[in-house]
Structures are given as C-alpha cells and as structure tokens.
Ligand binder design. Structure first.
Ligand code: SF4
Length: 327
C-alpha cells in the first residue's frame, strides 16, 4: 500500500511559562509513523499520552505553547513528497482539508451556531474552492450529504436543532466534502451514547472505504480498534511503545501496557474482573528514567529503571519498545 503520510522522529513539546519558570511537556517525543492509503490506522492509549498532540502534528495545527522541536512530516500526494514544516503557511493551508482533514472531539467547535448547516458548507466550500458560486457550493453539499445517506433536511437546520450524534455526522461530512486523502479523527465519539458512537464510527469507516482514503483514528476504546483499525499504534508517555497489524497486536500483544489495554476490554459472556493498568500515567513534565512504564510494570527488571528500551522488530510490521523482547 502507498504511503500518504510519513512521520520521522517527531518531537513536539508544550513549552510553558509557570510563575516565571519554563516547564516543558514532552507530549510527542520521537515518534515515527507511516499512514498508508486505504487503511485505518488506530492510535490507542490513556488520556494524556500524546495522542491528540500527534494528530495536531499530522494536521500541521501547531500553535503556541506547542512547538515542533525536531523531526519531519512528509505528505506524499501522488505528484511528489512535501516536507510539511518546510513549506510556508499559505501552502500548508491549501493542503488542509483537501489532502488531510480533521474531525475534532466536539462538533460545536466547528459548526457556527448562528448559521444554518448549508451556509456553513457554502462558506467552507467557497473558501477552499475558489470560483465556486453559491449555488454550486449548495449543490456540492447536497450531493455529499445524499451520498453519505444523511437526511437532506439537516442542511436547513441550525446546529442546536440537531442531536449530538447528528451534529458529529455533519462535522464528519464537512471534513470530507473535499474528498481528502487522509481523514484524521480525534476521539470522534466523545460524549455520545453507545449506539450513536457505533453509527458515527461506521460513517467514518464507510467514507474511508468509499473514498479510498486513509483514516487515522484516535480513541482509547480498544473495542473500536479491534473492529475497524487495520494498523494500531499504542502510545505511552509521548512515544509509540507498540505498533503492528491490529490482529497481531490483539493476538500477541508484546508490551505489558498493550496487554493491560486488551485485558481491560469487556468480553461477551465473560464475567471475570477486567484488569486495568495499575497506577496512573506519568506526568509528561517529569518522566521516570529508563522505561516510562516501569513504575507500573509487573515485569520490570533493573535495566528497565535505567535504560530506555529500544525498538525491537518482533514480527512482520510488528514492533515493540520493551526490554522483554530483547530475547
Ligand atoms: Fe516493563 Fe521493562 Fe518492558 Fe518497560 S521495558 S514495559 S518496565 S519489562
């Protein structure tokens, strides 16, 4: 499968001024990632592990206090390789929504409360496709909404007249109306009930399949990853600590943290107690030495407290950062 995005050794830190003292939050700390055409790439991990910051890096949505410290992000758009942080902001703006689009956690941050949905679409389309008339922009919105199987009457509604689930579907429709090659979705089902969550995830999956695009999906819900992700990256303390085909990770998770995440999933008919990782994630202000998971790891060795694990290849496309894999 063709690469659409290539991330090389990215470091993105929040540099904060707290009572006159500079503090650094290492939100993304040396991450490599390939996003492949036609695939769903899941990113899993607990809150505060750097997932959302990684998505901001992929979408070039870096704003202070977040800073790119090191590394490269390449967009491979079929005509060449674009070094995303070497081009100027006006060039990046052209790539946003047309090459890569972003579905945020909350729909209200995207939809203008005083505009009907059709006018939000019109403004969005006109600002990205120069020369489109108002009528053409409305027609494009209607066609897209119809293709997605959503009711056309939503175009005449204001955001507050729609349910939370429908607003999130509208946000997804808006983010995909320009047929982007990569859809980046950040916990798109937060605050929705379980049945609505399934519908929203299915909509994203349907669009990804129909448009042949890639979907980068952040969710802490391992059940969603098991159902729709082709590849899975597990993040912990700003790093990817395990990555591989989703079925391989679920069948043979090698990192103790991944094992906990999978064990915490409820299984049909299984009434045994679910196991969550002991303790809580470390502060990104002040990471433990060696392996950042060592204070929570039941298998830790002396080496783990001192030396950060390197990445071991443990199967085809399956990598893990844990000393247990050293052999
Ligand atoms: Fe546990 Fe050591 Fe592996 Fe870290 S490197 S996960 S502490 S065994």
């Amino acid at each position: 499968m063709k690469k659409l995005i290539e991330v090389k050794k990215i470091k993105a830190y929040y540099v904060l001024d707290i009572f006159g003292k500079q503090r650094t939050v290492r939100a993304v700390d040396g991450v490599d990632l390939d996003v492949l055409e036609g695939s769903v790439h899941g990113i899993a991990g607990e809150s505060g592990c750097g997932k959302t910051t990684l998505l901001k890096v992929l979408f070039a949505a870096i704003e202070p206090p977040l800073r790119m410290i090191d590394g490269k992000v390449y967009y491979l758009n079929g005509t060449g390789t674009i070094d995303l942080y070497a081009i100027d902001e006006s060039e990046r703006k052209k790539l946003r929504w047309s090459f890569a689009s972003y579905v945020p956690q909350g729909s209200m941050s995207v939809l203008n409360p005083v505009l009907k949905i059709k006018d939000t679409f019109r403004d969005f389309i006109s600002s990205h496709l120069k020369g489109r008339s108002k009528i053409e922009a409305y027609e494009m919105a209607r066609e897209h909404i119809r293709d997605l199987g959503l009711p056309l009457k939503i175009l005449d509604a204001y955001p507050h007249q729609l349910s939370g689930g429908m607003r999130q579907r509208v946000t997804i429709a808006l983010a995909t109306v320009l047929k982007p090659k990569v859809i980046i979705a950040d916990e798109p089902t937060t605050a929705l009930d379980v049945v609505t969550q399934r519908g929203v995830i299915q909509l994203l999956k349907d669009i990804q399949s129909r448009q042949g695009s890639a979907l980068v999906l952040v969710t802490h819900d391992m059940g969603v990853h098991a159902n729709i992700s082709d590849m899975l990256s597990v993040m912990y303390a700003g790093k990817i600590i395990e990555e591989g085909r989703t079925e391989d990770l679920f069948e043979n998770p090698r990192h103790p943290y991944t094992q906990y995440l999978i064990k915490s999933l409820p299984r049909f008919g299984d009434r045994s107690k679910r196991e969550s990782p002991p303790g809580s994630p470390p502060s990104l202000f002040n990471l433990p030495t060696g392996c950042a998971f060592h204070p929570r790891c039941p298998f830790k060795m002396v080496k783990c407290e001192k030396e950060e694990p390197v990445i071991f290849n443990v199967g085809e496309s399956h990598k893990v950062a844990c000393w247990l894999a050293e052999g």
